[in-house]
Design a protein around this ligand. Sequence first.
Ligand code: SF4
Ligand code: SF4
Length: 237
Amino acid sequence: MTQTDAAYKARDVTGYADVPHEEKERLFDQVKADPRFGDYLYGCYECGICVAVCPSARFYDFSPRRIAQAAAREDAELVYQQMQEDIWECSQCFSCVRCPRGNNPGGLITIMREVAVNNGLASAKEALVGYSRIIYKIMSTGTQVSPDMLQQDAFPDWGPETADVSANLDLWRRALPPETLHTTNTGWKVADSTLIELYLIWLHTGALDMIEDVDPSLHAILQEVMEERLEEEGIEP
Ligand code: SF4
Ligand code: SF4
């Protein structure tokens, strides 16, 4: 244990004293090294406007002001705690760009999420459990959310109405006027060419590699789906 670690361990304010301070600094350095970081943070007036407009702050113990302040103060300990506890509460609506200082707390969170995923943090693994069905759906149909995904166990925070909607889903969908919406297992039909383009983007941007670090099982399934479809199109993955 280094002297710095011992000092932080002694005043363990974040609850992550077992993680070396150098590791937290390393992760924060990755956040700051992102080319977007300089455009997303210019300091903080602590005015709270971002909190007032933030929908997630209404429902969770979450504050975009705290995100901006921790980064502005270069507090690697607090930034690490936020990457483990807070960043997945953000709905990425970017209402917080109303910041009079020109900050983009939601954008900072985007960067922090990417660093959390790239480094396989526990919070990222936990968050991906909820997203895995969505990622698989995108991969297999090209659409993000289909009506049959509205199951109460997958979205417990959506309230008891979800159970009623999912129990009568077929009826609800057939009540919609456009016949193209009379389906439950896909939101809308995506052209094969669009789906192939999506696979190639995932492949060449390294998005699939990010998933491998966090959830190897999900990655294996996605890889198989993608390779099969690309081979059908005569494209070498
Ligand atoms: S992007 Fe996130 S932090 Fe910003 S207002 Fe929306 S939910 Fe809040
Ligand atoms: S709106 Fe901007 S300046 Fe005000 S608290 Fe939020 S991040 Fe800080």
